[in-house]
Design a binder for this molecule. Structure first.
Ligand code: SAM
Length: 234
């Protein structure tokens, strides 16, 4: 577990400056409509509070901050300082420093009291954590009753021939793209491997329920290459 965390940490420390550009390349820009759809589903209101776990360079954090407005607050939490530095630059550029706090911490041990936030989100990062169930339990713990735990993540398409086509892209072509665009082969060869042991969308929904979230809604994007999970804390 510790080995995985250390390796993941070193990967994101190393790719922080290229992360946003590569995200657009490898997802063909699809992560933007997926994030927008997710925000519409969440129906965040002015004055609410959100914790964006493993916030990276802060794209989701910034969307949340715009939605909660000046009377709300958003915490972006990540264990890679280089990713947080990029996030801080973007938050300042958007003039959102009064709403957003960026925190260097571990998703496995969220430094917040029970029932603190209206939302806890995690974008494209559950694959990277040492123990998914622990992180979901933590997210459920810090959300208020009636609050939402939301994950947007790469997933495994249910239709087998399509899944194999996607795997060909994800495992073979994606690292080559990273080599050509930003000269980072090893780091991007590891990212697809993080999908190998990751649960499919049904199994992940079960893990949401085991964390104590009911009901759990699931939406597949592009035939299941990505999935949105939304769980409510009773
Ligand atoms: C693929 S990036 C996703 C960034 C961002 N959420 C997004 O949607 O673009 C994964 C992020 O998870 C962070 N991360 C991975 N494991 C973590 C952990 N145990 N605690 C905190 N952050 C973690 C990495 O540092 C990295 O910034």
């Amino acid at each position: 577990m510790r080995q995985k965390a250390e390796y993941v940490h070193s990967v994101f420390q190393s790719i922080a400056q290229q992360y946003d550009r590569m995200n657009n390349v490898i997802s063909f820009g699809c992560h933007i409509p997926w994030r927008n759809y997710t925000m519409r589903q969440m129906q965040v209101q002015p004055g609410q509070s959100a914790l964006d776990v493993a916030c990276g360079t802060g794209d989701w954090t910034i969307q949340l901050a715009r939605a909660v407005g000046k009377t709300g607050r958003v915490v972006g939490l990540d264990f890679s300082q280089n990713m947080l530095d990029v996030a801080a630059y973007k938050v300042a550029k958007e003039g959102l420093e009064d709403i957003v706090t960026l925190v260097n911490a571990d998703a496995m041990r969220l430094p917040y009291e029970d029932n603190t936030f209206d939302y806890a989100t995690i974008g494209f990062a559950l694959r990277n954590v040492p123990d998914i169930q622990t992180v979901l339990n933590e997210m459920c713990r810090v959300v208020k009753p009636g609050g939402q735990v939301v994950s947007l993540e790469v997933s495994k398409p249910p239709f087998l021939p399509y899944r194999q086509l996607f795997y060909l892209y994800f495992y073979k072509i994606l690292p080559q793209l990273a080599k050509w665009f930003v000269n980072k082969y090893e780091e991007y060869a590891w990212l697809p491997k993080s999908l190998t042991d990751f649960p499919d969308s049904r199994e992940l929904a079960d893990m949401f329920r085991r964390a104590g979230l009911h009901p759990v809604r699931v939406k597949l994007f592009l035939g299941g290459v990505a999935a949105l999970h939304v769980g409510i804390k009773p």
